[in-house]
Write a protein that binds this ligand. Structure first.
Ligand SMILES: NC(=O)c1ccc[n+]([C@@H]2O[C@H](COP(=O)([O-])OP(=O)(O)OC[C@H]3O[C@@H](n4cnc5c(N)ncnc54)[C@H](OP(=O)(O)O)[C@@H]3O)[C@@H](O)[C@H]2O)c1
Length: 209
């Protein structure tokens, strides 16, 4: 049960279920919102709503990928030795958050983007950025990480990226967190689908294709 007068933030669900595509009156401009208490948390007094409002799905997805799924060090207890991680699509919304959290966690971030976004992606914490449209990029990332990359977050998880991201990882295997469901065709590569609405322990039937 939520406490009255406290300020809460979280993803807004509609009245027919979180993942329903039906139009619903339970939107951000409603006077009252109906939401599962498991999906919200209190906004600290010193954080304005304007900041809280942008902590949406992408932010939670990044946390779920790095900490709940890959069990990497958190910003509260960062890695003392750099650990390489590939954040595929650093210029995506999820990629922005994943790179910044990874950086705060002491990880060494390698990423991809269009060339026009290289500077942006570097400014958010990537030490190296590669063009995702370049067919040589997986090999370049494999080389840039000494053939030892074992962690990746695929912030697109569609089209060519299952093969591209798989080919970046070590020949000894690794784990790709995916934002949409897929299995890697490469031997030894495990994929873990995250569904942000399950972050607080809620079970969802989301798109098991
Ligand atoms: N499972 C979950 O809980 C969850 C959570 C969040 C999002 N998602 C899903 O994740 C996907 C991404 O969402 P988002 O909002 O983070 O993305 P977004 O912000 O819409 O990403 C757009 C950017 O991705 C880059 N991009 C496009 N294709 C790419 C490719 N093949 N390789 C690398 N980068 C590419 C482009 O960057 P450039 O401009 O540099 O070309 C584009 O500007 C969506 O399908 C979304 O539904 C799932």
């Amino acid at each position: 049960m939520l406490q009255p007068l406290l300020r809460y933030i979280g993803p807004v669900a509609n009245s027919k279920g979180i993942l329903s595509t039906d139009t619903s009156p339970n939107g951000a401009f409603a006077e009252y919102l109906v939401i599962d208490p498991a999906l919200v948390f209190t906004l600290p007094d010193d954080v304005p709503f304007e900041i809280g409002a942008q902590l949406g799905v992408s932010c939670y997805a990044a946390c779920q990928a790095l900490y709940q799924t890959l069990h990497l060090p958190t910003p509260l207890d960062p890695a003392t030795e750099p650990i390489d991680i590939l954040i595929w699509a650093g210029s995506s919304s999820s990629g922005h958050y994943a790179m910044q959290f990874a950086n705060l966690s002491g990880l060494r971030v390698v990423s991809t983007a269009s060339q026009r976004n290289f500077d942006l992606v570097r400014s958010l914490g990537a030490v190296e950025v590669f063009d995702y449209a370049d067919s040589r990029t997986p090999k370049k990332i494999h080389t840039a990480t000494g053939g030892k990359l074992t962690y990746a977050v695929d912030c697109i998880s569609d089209g060519m990226t299952p093969a591209q991201v798989s080919n970046c990882l070590s020949k000894d295997g690794g784990t790709i967190v995916t934002l949409l469901p897929y299995e890697s065709r490469k031997k030894g590569i495990k994929t873990e689908l995250i569904v942000v609405y399950s972050m607080w322990g809620e079970v969802s039937d989301f798109c098991h294709a």
